[in-house]
Design a protein around this ligand. Structure first.
Ligand SMILES: Nc1ncnc2c1ncn2[C@@H]1O[C@H](COP(=O)(O)OP(=O)(O)O)[C@@H](O)[C@H]1O
Ligand SMILES: [Mg+2]
Ligand SMILES: [Zn+2]
Length: 271
């Protein structure tokens, strides 16, 4: 796979080419030490993609798996914040970068946010540049042997998601949508993309699906019901999940304590 990527690239100079090739080799070597890679995707921002990526990492961390999260959403980075590690700094070695580890389950976190003087900095970067930085950061990070590495991708099907799917070849993609926007188009787009890039969609999450009344336990499907299961069976997606609106979850994410969330929505996730 990595050979294919190398062949497809064109370079302005031999020096650039050599550097790129070295980077790809290093990346391949690092990624061989990760058993399972899962990418979390969505059609747009604000649907709970990072929350789902975080919950998935917590699911594995809690079970005792060596788990990492790679924040690839440079324009909407929130992984360091929801894990409460946004004030930590990764340790820089000469050839490697030590990821930051979360307090409770020791989940390894990497994000470009750790290196920025202010959160606004990357706004003027272009897609291809960001892809290059992600590739670099991912290759330089000393993840060690990991059981699971979760990628929080930026929304949509732009440059970064394509790069990750193409070069990392995750074992599966998990799709997050809200009921209002859970239209055939978004699911189809993502499915088509992952098909083209030979990565299976292994999960479909309808986030903010319903609200459960704390008094009587009644589930109110605020935006309508049942679309996620329809989609999942229509497109033969093995795992689907309705994730309720939970103010406790918002609070924990806002205060950097997602690891303290007691509910595990991924309890029956088969991967
Ligand atoms: N199921 C949920 N219940 C309550 N709040 C949620 C839920 N999912 C996401 N949120 C909140 O919605 C906001 C956006 O979620 P986030 O995961 O950052 O979205 P994205 O990564 O798609 O931009 C955050 O404040 C988050 O805490
Ligand atoms: Mg996000
Ligand atoms: Zn009620």
């Amino acid at each position: 796979m990595y050979e294919e990527v190398k062949e497809r690239m064109r370079f302005d100079s031999e020096e650039l080419k050599r550097k790129f090739m070295e980077g790809i080799d290093r990346l391949a070597k690092r990624m061989r030490k990760v058993k399972m890679k899962l990418a979390v995707m969505s059609g747009k921002g604000g649907v709970g993609k990072s929350t789902v990526a975080g919950l998935l990492a917590v699911h594995y961390g809690r079970k005792g798996y060596k788990t990492g999260v790679m924040d690839c959403d440079f324009w909407g980075s929130s992984i360091p914040k929801i894990f409460g590690v946004d004030r930590k700094k990764p340790v820089l070695g000469e050839e490697y970068i030590e990821p930051v580890y979360t307090d409770k389950w020791g989940i390894a976190v990497m994000s470009i946010q750790f290196f920025l003087p202010s959160p606004e900095s990357p706004l003027m970067w272009r897609g291809p540049m960001v892809s290059g930085v992600i590739r670099d950061l991912l290759a330089k990070t000393e993840w060690g042997e990991l059981d699971y590495l979760i990628f929080d991708l930026p929304p949509g099907t732009g440059d970064v998601p394509i790069t990750i799917l193409q070069e990392i070849r995750p074992n599966g993609v998990i799709l997050v949508a809200t009921p209002q926007e859970l239209t055939t188009t978004i699911v189809e787009k993502a499915l088509k993309m992952s098909q083209e890039l030979e990565t299976a969609v292994v999960g479909l999450i309808e986030n903010m699906s319903y609200y459960e009344c704390p008094q009587c336990g009644h589930r109110e499907y605020v935006f309508g019901k049942g679309r996620v299961s329809e989609m999942a069976s229509k497109y033969r997606i093995g795992f689907y999940l309705e994730l309720p609106i939970d103010p406790a979850l918002t609070r924990l994410c806002d205060s950097g304590k997602i690891e303290m969330y007691e509910i595990d929505p991924f309890e029956f996730f088969p991967i």
